[in-house]
Design a protein around this ligand. Structure first.
Ligand code: PLP
Length: 459
């Protein structure tokens, strides 16, 4: 190694004293700048590059590093995948009302567990329970971290060391390793499978009920369907059987919407109201699927059962924080004005967005994309969006998208294009299909922000 070359790199102190570096110290703090300078020097030594950068280059290299450190890892993206409730992209986008509710309790103390009337300790459920009861007609309700936690807590409370009867056709796995048999084992229950994958009859349940049975469980088979020679027992008949044997029926609805989706031409999804009307005693569903709220698991049902669930010590470990409660309360309040729901609840607004409106948006965005992608052919293409998050995958919503293809076929062009869209300040996520990068524009609402950053696309 050449000793003289080393000496051409300046000391950390010399760089820190450069006039152009002073504003960086002011902005990011001295220790961060020291770290950045050291990192640059280390890198140069490793690359055996001993030429000393000039002053503007020092400033620019350090600033790029320091700014990258400031960039938050969790940030917004454009979801142009065509799946509205995309679990990997954060599921339901929240309403402005929910956003305002969070802002108001975020930086100040709140009455989270404080009863303002009596001046005594309150219960955090008090902020949402009356609202949930009003909307569902249930006797009691509580909320935990997510629906997986809700299912776990109910099973652990009502069926610990006992048996739970489930149809073999409902032993589902939801993405992210939520499997009914695993949750059941962790909750300390013994799973009793009845029927077969495609057919389960009432007598299968009947024959399985014994002295150790704690409850019957019905799981909404959210993310798949069985077609052909099938049979399952409807909720009403199962409830009648459960009541007859003095056992509770639990229904895990998964997505569980509070409104009849058919009124907007969307595929029907079961509601907690229906499950209660059918006689189910305890029901669980997610807050951030069709409900359009924050990640949460909502448990509704009979007063005595919910009271036992609330007393379980694990409830404390699974409870939600004030931020979730603020968002959930604001989201539920939107349901008190059903006429304005589509307009205010982003999930429903996106699901019901007219195809013609999406097509018109495609035409506008196409022109902008053509302006920045010289080597691409861009076509407006009818496509199908999915609801996502466990709603029936076969129910597809007519939509429109932009298909981007290479003018001349070249190996990695498509992958590189997708990757440069993901590298934008607000990353754009589409899907690659039939040799094209497809952007389904159903979920593109901030058109201006999308267009504004297109000139930063690296080709
Ligand atoms: C999605 C889903 C769950 C898990 O809910 P999370 O809110 O993701 O925890 C449980 N059961 C069913 C049927 C589901 O669809």
């Amino acid at each position: 190694m050449n000793k003289r070359d080393f000496s051409t790199l300046p000391s950390v102190d010399r760089v820190l004293n450069l006039p152009s570096v002073q504003p960086l110290i002011e902005r990011f703090g001295r220790s961060s700048v020291v770290d950045a300078v050291r990192a640059v020097l280390d890198e140069k030594r490793q690359q055996k590059d001993f030429t000393a950068p000039d002053e503007p280059e020092w400033e620019a290299t350090c600033r790029t590093r320091l700014e990258a450190d400031q960039q938050l890892s969790l940030r917004p993206v454009f979801n142009l995948t065509g799946t509205v409730l995309h679990t990997n992209l954060g599921r339901a986008p929240l309403s402005d009302e929910a956003k305002r509710a969070v802002e108001s309790v975020l930086t100040q103390p709140s009455n989270l567990e404080y009863d303002l009337r009596s001046g005594k300790r309150g219960d955090r459920d008090d902020h949402i329970e009356p609202l949930i009861l009003r909307l569902t007609g249930a006797q009691a309700a509580t909320v935990v971290n997510n629906n997986a936690a809700a299912v776990f807590l109910v099973l652990n409370t009502l069926a610990h060391k006992k048996e739970v009867i489930v149809s073999r056709g409902e032993l589902i796995e939801i993405g992210g390793a939520f499997r009914i048999p695993d949750i059941m084992a962790r909750a300390g229950c013994k799973l009793v499978e009845v029927g077969t994958t495609n057919r389960t009859h009432l007598k299968d349940y009947e024959q399985a009920i014994g002295a150790k049975t704690a409850l019957l469980l019905k799981v909404h088979t959210s993310n798949y369907t069985i077609q052909g020679f099938t049979a399952s027992v409807d909720e009403k008949s199962l409830c009648a059987l459960a009541r007859n044997r003095e056992l509770p029926l639990m229904v895990d609805l998964g997505s569980g919407t509070l409104v009849d989706l058919k009124q907007w031409g969307l595929p029907a999804e079961p509601t907690p109201q229906q499950a209660l009307a059918n006689g189910a005693q305890i029901i669980t569903f997610s807050g951030d699927k069709l409900l359009g709220g924050p990640q949460a698991g909502i448990i509704v049902g009979e007063k005595a059962l919910v009271a036992r669930i609330k007393r379980n010590a694990l409830k404390r470990a699974l409870r939600v924080d004030k931020i979730t409660l603020a968002m959930l309360e604001a989201t539920l309040k939107l349901y008190l004005n059903p006429e304005k729901l589509v307009e205010r609840l982003p999930t429903l607004r996106l699901l019901t967005r007219p195809a013609a409106e999406i097509e018109a948006l495609c035409a506008r965005v196409k022109q902008w994309l053509e302006g920045v992608l010289d080597d691409a052919i861009i076509e407006i293409q009818p496509c199908k969006s999915q609801i996502g998050s466990g709603s029936l995958p076969i129910d597809l919503l007519p939509s429109f998208g932009l298909a981007i293809r290479a003018k001349r076929h070249s190996g990695k062009w498509l992958e590189e294009l997708a990757s440069s869209f993901r590298a934008l300040p607000i990353p754009v996520i589409g899907r690659v299909e039939n040799d094209a990068l497809l952007f389904d524009l159903r979920c593109l609402e901030d058109e201006a922000a999308f267009i504004r950053q297109l000139n930063q696309l690296s080709s």
